[in-house]
Write a protein that binds this ligand. Sequence first.
Ligand code: HEC
Ligand SMILES: [Cu+2]
Length: 361
Amino acid sequence: MKGWMGKLKVFFLLSIVTFFLAGCGKDNLTALVPKGFGAQESMKLIILTTVVMTLVFIVVLILFIVVLLRYRRKKGQEDYIPKQVEGNKTLETVWTVIPIILVLIMAIPTVISTFVLADDSKSKDHLNIEVKGNQYWWHFKYRDEEDPTGKDKNYSIQTSQDLYIPTGEKVYLHMKSNDVIHSFWVPSISGKMDVNPENENTMYIEAYEEGVYWGKCAELCGPSHSLMDFKVIAVSPDEYDKWAKDMQDFDPKQKPEEKVAQEGKELFESKSCIACHAIGNEGSDTGPNLTDFGNRTKYAGVLDPEKDNLVKWITDPESVKPGNEMTGKYPEVSDEEAGKIAEYLMQLKPSDVSPKSASKN
Ligand code: HEC
Ligand SMILES: [Cu+2]
């Protein structure tokens, strides 16, 4: 009776642990439910290695049990010493060759995938985006269609934090860092790619379905590394074209309708926010581009898009993201002033193609 109860307890404990761990994943932040090409390639490799490892585990387990049962000490043989063998050539060859074959079975597809995913020979026929990692945010520059290599440095669109892409198309990312090493990772649609300050790394991503996919920096880069979140917003090709046109047509000089937002715009200029933040295509990229800030899924990568959160960020960014590059680099802003700036920033919506367009299904 007692042993039975003990087993039941273990069973309950395991069920509870499983239940809670199952809640750890987010639908759009998991490599295990691939929604894009890179993630699907990774998933194939995950399955392959898991199958190989499981087979190895089962074979070793069977051998272990057989040896345990067959060669255990039997009654009446307490002093028996079995024949001592050493250096069996056949055996040693077998257990050297089999692992080599297994490693090759896993290594060859892995190396092929790595090269396939980094192949940029066809990038000229596709959308090309320059990605720059910064402590602790991401910047995206969309190369002009006529200038896929980016040699003329003409960018049709610039955004930060939210990367819009069309579904079902390869999008080539040319990636660098502005400071330390970061790593670009959107688990649901792509593998990881490091971004370095010196050399450019290229990979392409492709999202099969519309959606807002969560991205993470996957390389420890400073105190706010875990807050260096971004999003990939995959919309239908038609919606993407509309978004791109709206972004290009946007006139940053345009006055906001509301009076409070107009005052906010003036404060944004007088409080030297404009020294780091561009609205529209021109201006500094020392800080995130705010052209489509009103459509952001999160503020500063991690805050829910609410006015109070934005006021908190503008008055005291350090309390949100320790070590960020904005703290202390602008004159003090009161809550009231921050509220006005917030009104201005929140109405910046150049396009009605927004993350909502991507998550409607
Ligand atoms: C020295 C340059 C600098 C100045 C000046 C500056 N910022 Fe920033 N700002 C940054 C950087 C860098 C970030 C990104 C911080 C991070 O995410 O780690 C940022 C982030 C932001 C964000 C979040 C952007 C997003 O995409 O979610 C907002 C909003 C913002 N700043 C508003 C302001 C306002 C308003 C002012 C003026 C009162 C201002 N900034 C002044 C550099 C600056
Ligand atoms: Cu980082």
